[in-house]
Design a protein around this ligand. Sequence first.
Ligand code: OOG
Ligand code: MG
Length: 256
Amino acid sequence: MNLQAIADELYRHQISATELEKLTVRYDGLSVDDAYEIQQICMSQYMNAGQKLVGWKMGLTSKAKQRSVGVEEPIFGHLLDGMELYEPHVSLTGLIHPRVEPELAFIFKHRLEGDRILPRDVWLATECVVPAVEIIDSRYKNFSFTLVDVVADNASSAKFYLAEQAYAPYQIALDQVGVVMRRNGEVVQTGAGAAVLGHPVRSVVEQVRMLSRIGKAVEPGMVVLTGGITEAIYIHDRDQISVSFEGMGEIELSVG
Ligand code: OOG
Ligand code: MG
């Protein structure tokens, strides 16, 4: 299978924000490893064009997310500097059918690598934790995909925003943090940090283990998004999305 050609095709759809048919209905026998290879090739193209790798994202770490897309296992993707929103405002230009989801992000001061990582290694390496929202935007028609498709498409990554206030990692029980997401004042999703693999720290453990299989690591200064706590909701022009993170403030995201 020509993974380079498939990656080129996907990359063109990513940068032009145009939908495509699932890869798995067009190419027989693509494996999950092939899909991570395609993801890697696509991301190298962004990096060759000047973008920087700023971290990693876990996806499908909560049952709510797994159920909503019909894929039952955690995945990961790359975070590039071009995906980061400097203000809590997202423009719909360049997006296909975006959705937003609440997440908790970790920011690291030390390197984390290997498959024998424990939560305490993560705490020792963490500088702070920050509330976040991710805007995902699958390049596949109808936001519909299999595990292999979504991995190849960098886990639907599009944009992310980290709140300004950071918290010491041991100050708050992250599994207990209640999250309420509102669209134009109406409550649309609720959840708690525990939705993410029981505790968001486990998502970082899983991230480091998955990276170790491809010889990569979490580097100092990097961000890890631990995965949507609730289902993602579609966003439209002029929506005001607010997400409150109990004890960790609120993110007010405007769309348009
Ligand atoms: C896949 C990306 C999942 C998360 O936080 O679960 C993800 C998708 O839902 O399109 O980012
Ligand atoms: Mg996410």
